[in-house]
Ligand binder design. Sequence first.
Ligand code: HEC
Length: 183
Amino acid sequence: MMKRRLRHPCWPTGLLAVVLLAQARNAPAPNGQRVAFPEGYQKKYQVLRMVDKPDKKQLVTVYGNDAAASIKSTGQLPYPYGSILVMETSSALKGSQGKVALDEKGHYRKGKVLGLHVMRKEHGFGEGYGQNRTGEWEYVEFGPDRSYLTPPEKSSVCAECHLKAGREKDFVYGGRLHSDRGN
Ligand code: HEC
């Protein structure tokens, strides 16, 4: 009798779904500072990809350290441990008229750096994301002053979306593997 009453009503299942959804919104994330500011990336890393973003008049440049830059075809995936990918967003440089000044190939020129998305792959990384774990990558976002825009403990949003890039791509959307500027 007791058992039946516990099993019967449907609404607690609905309630459970709501609770689970709420937990997903407040998803777990690593809280150690394991992804550092990528010192000197503009000189030390390779440019893997540049994309103009006309809607925001911004320029996105994806850099990789040597380990990340070693991946040149999908056949070489997954990325090796020690890989660091940096996605830099900058404003497009404007000319005297306030119009975006294009380079000789018709692309944006880099203005001010607005922020850096950084992902790093190391043994055992990513565990803290729980069900949003994307292999062994961890994520953070830095502002131009090197402070966190997205600290490790808030970075589940990053993992949640990169999950959709898929394991077969090692959770990396672009990297060098699709290129807008023929590099
Ligand atoms: C809504 C989905 C979404 C979210 C949220 C997101 N990303 Fe991405 N990320 C992308 C896509 C799509 C690209 C490819 C952009 C391109 O190359 O044009 C990308 C590119 C990157 C890259 C370059 C490597 C690659 O995958 O192409 C890094 C590094 C990166 N993101 C880190 C982060 C970090 C750190 C966060 C959280 C602060 C984050 N991302 C949040 C979708 C997302």
